[in-house]
Design a protein around this ligand. Sequence first.
Ligand SMILES: Cc1cc2nc3c(=O)[nH]c(=O)nc-3n(C[C@H](O)[C@H](O)[C@H](O)COP(=O)(O)OP(=O)(O)OC[C@H]3O[C@@H](n4cnc5c(N)ncnc54)[C@H](O)[C@@H]3O)c2cc1C
Length: 568
Amino acid sequence: MKVLIVGGVAGGASAAARLRRLDEKAEIIIFERGEFVSFSNCALPYYLGGVVSDWEDLLMMTPAGLKKRFNLDVRVRQEVVDILRGEKQVVVKDLTSGAEYTESYDKLILSPGAAPLRPASVAGTDGANVFTVRDVNDVRRIKTYLEEHSVDRVAVCGGGFIGLEVAENLIRSGFGVDLIGRNRQVMPRFDEDMAQILHKELLDNGVRLRLGCEVREIVPDGLHAVSRETGRDIFLPAGAVILALGVKPETSLAVRSGLAIGPTGGIAVNHNCQTSDPDIYAVGDAAETFDRLARRPGLLTQAGPAQRQARAAADHICGLNSSSRGFIGATCLRVFGLNAACVGLSEAAAKKAGIPCDIAFVLPTDRVSIMPDAEPMAFKLVFEIPTGRILGAQAIGRGDAVRRADTVGTLLSMDGTIEDLKELELCYSPVYGTAKDVVNIAALVAENLLNGRVRQVRVNEVRALAESGACIIDVRENGEYARGHIRGAVNIPLSEFRERIDEVPRDRPVYLHCRTSQRSYYACRQLQNRGWTNVYNISGSFLGLCLYEYCRDVTEGREPVVTAYNFD
Ligand SMILES: Cc1cc2nc3c(=O)[nH]c(=O)nc-3n(C[C@H](O)[C@H](O)[C@H](O)COP(=O)(O)OP(=O)(O)OC[C@H]3O[C@@H](n4cnc5c(N)ncnc54)[C@H](O)[C@@H]3O)c2cc1C
């Protein structure tokens, strides 16, 4: 059997290695357009920050290494320019000599990845000072340019994970960074309320955030952007511009050879990763996936799914069937001192998919609070109403956010419910967590919401409530209140709540909060058990509100809704 593979990085190299493990005799040829194969795309930004000090460390394998270990014929600087499906051949262009030749196949695997966007609406993207981050030579070029041109400010366009990782690494290397985002938030896979926590961390670390801005033109000494809200033009001086505006599946080869393209713009594949031509497979960023939560085709640009698809394609070529259960989408990144992770659907995505849902938002400590490293963990659980099926989770904190998201992700993959999450028995020692872990606490809150034992309002509703003179009761202790509180909130500390309960009005809605919503939940229950009916817990409470409001107050010069922020 002769198998040709287009693309020699995450999906392509994985497929080749699996094929060899299953079939010692197959002839396997990898064509890679670039200079390198099997490099760590994911670590590219860390070369800019010096975390990976030598660019050669980014290369996981060389063609010679792949030949030796797996007997693979790896051809770099060779671009597959056409597929002659009738003849079962590909046309390959040798990028060094310019010569073209054909190669026959029994099976063909496409893993060409996704290309960074350079929108036609932005002028000047071909300038010498403009870069994208996709391969090893990209980051080498960026580093050389920054050094040779003594650049001190860089504009990073795009608030996705590549933009954020590049921004962080440039700051670590001593550059000033403006981060320009078209949306009002970074990381669109996180909900707007969770993204505010990331905004604060970016601001605190010196990144100048320019959100809600559309880049219009790049010039040698910076870029022109326009505010989408006010239409105002903004000029940002910058010695270099990095475009991280998203990616587009590389489908030109598939389109040219008449393979079906799915509704998302990726190459349409079945559960064995076969395209509309059963002898041609497509995997990785170029291939469409099945979103198992929204139950419709989706696109993912993640290395883990690319490798799973590569394995499924190789297995099927060798006569093994794979049962794809679809993808949930699991993403994590570090933003300076914060770890951020999400799985499944955000609240916004669930609503967009038409799934009725609610959320539980909690901010407990990530380990027993008296431990020296204990820190708040912001955790949002999205669940379906009325079934309680888990739809997604987002975790952000200085501690182990990834573990929390992965725990929920595992349940998600098994169609778990909040009942399952509540009952989940997890490892505990004060060093690592709390006896009731963050995820268990979120499930308990979700269960209370689902069963109507408590009603909530969100931190993003508080400003309007405060401004309309709503009855907001702060149940923190006097000292906490004195260090900063919501304007107009009345302080009835939980320690005095039973004696002073009659101060709480019965004839209008009452909104209670504490620091993180736990004590205010106790107060809510006291009120409800004693006949109050119009009672709401402010989920996330004072700490959540400060995290939510801070960034916009600072960047837009808004009047804060709190007398003083308190993030302790
Ligand atoms: C900066 C950066 C950071 C990332 N960080 C993460 C992360 O932290 N976690 C995560 O899960 N994912 C991350 N990703 C995404 C992850 O790298 C991709 O999802 C994964 O590499 C996709 O694998 P692929 O095989 O589809 O494409 P790629 O790995 O991009 O490989 C495609 C290759 O095909 C070659 N090619 C294309 N067309 C042709 C042709 N016609 N002929 C020959 N060769 C061709 C290209 O040159 C390219 O080298 C990151 C990506 C980048 C760029």
